[in-house]
Ligand binder design. Structure first.
Ligand SMILES: Nc1ncnc2c1ncn2[C@@H]1O[C@H](COP(=O)(O)OP(=O)(O)O)[C@@H](O)[C@H]1O
Ligand SMILES: [Mg+2]
Length: 256
């Protein structure tokens, strides 16, 4: 499979008053098309900084980043925005949905700002398809406040994939969700990944990382460990197991 993300000795230094913070201190990482990677690490280890770079929201201080073979450091601000719109879908911990518009309109929105101008009907069709892929075809006309947290995050995922990006980036996507709902979000990620979407997800929970196929551990701005998950958890089987456990042990409390 071809390499989608290639980082070579990437550093990122923030100026903070008179001092500087070295958020990334030389990260080399290669991610191929079709991978599902979880990035783990303590708070402050550089995970979000890395995701911002991968997502073309930011550029390295030094080193190289190639996205689909394009050297991102050489792009100007507008080109960076274009490549981001075309190739990257983002999901965050907070769902960032517009509250006064329907799920469908929320999903359609990024395509409105895309430089590749597509017709209104194609835009709508893609949005419907994306909602279907996350299992929310029946909720297209609900507003965010009529949806559960898990459903809102699924709308955000549909919005991220509606433009058919090469890579889906998720920074702590289950950070605001309980364990069961987190597993539901992982069923969505695993099914999208099975359809060929490359996924890079930040989490600080090992339980969530085990749904991915590969785990990258960060510490102090460096990759400390990078390993394939021997047997990734099957989210559907996990959910079924929990449902069963709840039936036999009604007192069981699931804590996040
Ligand atoms: N905009 C910024 N300005 C200054 N320092 C920052 C900025 N963003 C992050 N940092 C610092 O960089 C380090 C890595 O942060 P971050 O990438 O957010 O870590 P993580 O997502 O793993 O918690 C931290 O020490 C943080 O305080
Ligand atoms: Mg972070």
């Amino acid at each position: 499979m071809n390499v989608v993300i290639q980082l070579e000795r990437v550093t990122r230094t923030y100026a903070l008053g008179a001092t500087t913070v070295q958020a990334l201190r030389g990260v080399s990482l290669q991610i191929r098309s079709g991978e599902f990677v979880a990035i783990l690490g303590a708070s402050g280890s550089g995970k979000s900084t890395l995701m911002n770079l991968i997502g073309c929201l930011d550029r390295p201080t030094a080193g190289h980043y190639f996205l689909d073979g394009v050297d991102v450091a050489k792009l100007d601000h507008d080109q960076l925005a274009d490549i981001r719109n075309e190739k990257i879908g983002f999901v965050f911990q907070s769902f960032n949905l517009l509250t006064r518009t329907s799920a469908l309109q929320n999903v359609e929105l990024p395509a409105l700002y895309s430089s590749s101008r597509i017709s209104a009907s194609l835009r709508r069709n893609r949005a419907r398809e994306a909602l279907e892929l996350v299992g929310l075809a029946g909720r297209a006309h609900h507003h965010p406040n009529q949806l559960s947290g898990g459903e809102q995050q699924r709308v955000a995922i549909a919005r991220a994939i509606a433009n058919q990006p090469s890579v889906l980036l998720a920074d702590e996507p289950t950070g605001n969700l309980d364990s069961r709902t987190s597993a539901e979000i992982m069923t969505v990620f695993q099914s999208l990944n099975q359809r060929g979407i490359t996924i890079v997800m930040v989490t600080h929970e090992l339980d969530i990382a085990r749904f991915a196929k590969r785990n990258v551990f960060m510490r102090d701005g460096l990759v400390r460990k990078d390993e394939l998950v021997a047997a990734p958890l099957d989210s559907r089987a996990e959910l079924a197991r929990w449902n069963q456990a709840e039936q036999t042990e009604p007192q069981l409390v699931l804590t996040p």
